[in-house]
Each structure stands twice: as structure tokens, then as C-alpha cells.
Design a protein around this ligand. Sequence first.
Ligand code: ARG
Length: 460
Amino acid sequence: MTLWGGCFEGETNERVRQFGDSISFDRRLAAADVRGSMAYAEALHRAGVLTAEELAQLVAGLEGIADEIASGELVVGAGDEDVHSAVERRLTERVGATAGKLHTGRSRNDQVATDLRLYLMGVIPRLREELGGLQEAVVDKAAQHLAVVMPGYTHLQQAQPMLFSHWLMSYFWKLERDANRLLDVEGRIDVCPLGSGAVAGTAYPIDRATLARRLGFSAPSENSLDAVEDRDFVAEMLMWAALLQVHLSTLAETLIVWSSTEFGFIQLADAYATGSSLMPQKRNPDTLELMRGKAGRLIGLAAGFLCTLKGLPSGYNKDLQEDKEALFDSLDTVELEVPLAADLIRTLEIDTDRMARACSDGLLATDLADYLVARGVPFRRSHFLVGQAVLRAEQRGVPLRHLTSAEYAAIAPCFGRDLYKVFDLRRSIAARSARGGTAADAVKAQIDEARRRLSAARRS
Ligand code: ARG
């Protein structure tokens, strides 16, 4: 059943119908659609458009449909072009002609914008919960491995020693920003378009503030035209998911490199690795590779939808129907993935020996420069002198600590005999005790702050 057609004499082309139908993917909005319709029926009654009997009839019909949706019994009819037509068709089957009054002053334009917002208001608390679970997995793992030392990298070259926990906690803060961004978008989703009609508002005395509140929104939208065409919130959700996915992707990439035979820093638990059908020795990080690979798709969905929006003329345009597949694909992906990432972190095995053995003396070159600074040498000069020592060690094919004190003294007399105390990874780490540094106490403070934020988020 189409919801239009009075002025048409001919039939719709079959391919046009197939091309335009959205029921295959928007049926997941069915529960939101029914909720919206119930609240709208009440609003129409309050506005004097529906009698109490008509309202009771519609509410009973809609409640029946809600049950059908919950039990999976709602059958899509051949002519249902979208979820709104399906619900209306079913309501007509249940209550007869009164169903036709529900659309008074309402358009599918304000209806679909409302449904999508309602749907997201149901999904976002789950996403927040899952993200919190991943953050918790990160913090717990970091707290358990506070003694583990590894090389810190820049440009994938050994840079300075670091606690494994410090590295891991760097992901907590990215995820914390993701969680805050989600809260932010949620605030903008919390606006009710219903009562905007097709474009210019409703001619019926609908109390939109009550209608909004009844649906759990904080406020009605302020401009009917903006309300029906606004999909900023969809774009924001897509960009939110894309950025989260970028974080997960770099985490995955790092772990993939670290799980290689050459690094051997970590091993994935059996449940999260896969084997090769040909090579018996393989432990493939497929899950991590997909976490990396899916970033391409999620970035594409966000960029693609912005392209959909960018050339639209003012008002509702059917292009906007493209919002749903992108949104559902993107959010389904992260909803499955975030708890998986949490499990993967929790079960990750860490080879502390391999990490320690991978630490070269080069990691302590900065500390050697700092040693000279403590002896009054300006940093630029000490940087140069240590560079000379690095060159000398490379030429001799030995680590920095194997150069003799005579060799150091030959580079510059300011190198004292006590310089060898610098070759201590833990000393270097402990020195970086300013807030945000890798010293154990600073990392513990970071973990405390992270836990404080997680429990505050749980309470809110
Ligand atoms: N299926 C449509 C969508 O998702 C519903 C709104 C249709 N409105 C219209 N004027 N054709 O956007």
C-alpha cells in the first residue's frame, strides 16, 4: 500500500519501486515508528483532532503492532515501501479507517527524522556501555603490568624506554575522547522533529513541547524546515564511528607488528587468533587485521554520506534515505567490535623478556645527553656529543655502554667515569615522573584518574 497516489493514473514502474524501497533496511526502525505514532496520536487527541474513542482505537492497534514487532511477527507486505507504510498498512488492517486519521498534519519527513533519532537514543547508551567496557579492559591490563618495560617508538624507531602500561594507557585517553564525543552528539540528537510536518510546520494546534517530552526528548526542534532536512546527527555519528575505528585500527596495527616473530612482544589468545589452511606454524591476527581493515569502510561511509548531503537543495530530498544503510552498517560494526577489542586486550599475553631484550642502548641516548646537561653542558652541545658517541659505537659495532671511558673522554672531557649509571632502563623511566610521563608513579596517577572518570561516567 503506498501512502500517496491520488493524483496518479498510471502504475509505478517496478524497477522504480525496487530502487526506492527502503523497507529492507529501515524495518529496524519499526519499534521507534510505533512509539512515535502513539505519542502523535495522543498529541492529536489533545489538539482536538481525535476523539477519545479514536485515540483508544489507535493506541490499541499500535500496541498490537508493537507486540508483533517484538515477537518478529510483523510481516512486510508486497506494497510496503518503507517502515512507515508497513506500520500504517498494518494499523489499517487492525482498526480500519480510523488509521487514516493518524497522519493528520504529519509527514513521513518529520516521522523518519524522529524515528531515526529515537532509534539512536536507544543505541547510544549501549555504545557508551561497551566503550566503557573497553576502557576498563585497558585500565585493568595497564594496572596489572606496571613493571613491564619496553622500547617506546617514534617513526617505528626505538626512541626512549617506556612502561608497557604507559603505552596501553595512551589508548584509554583516545577512547575517553571518543566517549565524550558520543555524549556530545547525543545532546544534539535529543531534539524532537515531530510536529514539523513535511516542511513548513503543522497547521494543527499540536503541543510540541509535550509531544517531545512524551517521547523522551528534551525539546522540540525550533525550525520545521531544518528539522526535516537535518542529518547532521547522522553525519556526526558516522564521523564519530570512523574516528573510533581509526583508533582501533592503529591499536590493531601496533599489536599486529608486535605479534610478529621478529618482535614477539605479544601473543593473542587462541580464541582471538586464527590458523592457516596451508602453513601449520601460522597464528594469524585476522581479528586485528579486520579491526584495521574496517577503518577503510567506516571512513568511506562517513565521507560518502557527507557527499550525499553536500549538494542538496533546501527541504527534504529522497537522497536523505541514504542515511540509514550507512548509519546501521557503521554502528553495527562498532557494536560488535568494541566488546571484542575488550576481550582481546584482556586475554593478550605479554612477553616481558622479549620486550626487555629488545631495548637497545640507543634508547638511553637522551639520558646520556641529560647527564651532560647536569654537568653544565648546554643541551644542544650535549646532543651533538652523544651523537658522536653513537657514531663511534656504530663504527665499532658495540652498544653505547661498551665504549670505554677513555673513548668517551676523547669525544669530550665532560664525560665523567660515572656516565655508565645512565645505562639503566628503569632509572630513565623513573626520571620521567612529571605528570603524564612514563614513571611508574605518574602512570599510577593516570590509572587513578582514568578509574575516577570511569566510575563518574557509570554514575551519570
Ligand atoms: N523512506 C524515507 C526515508 O527514509 C521516508 C521519508 C519519505 N518521505 C518522502 N517525502 N518521500 O527518508
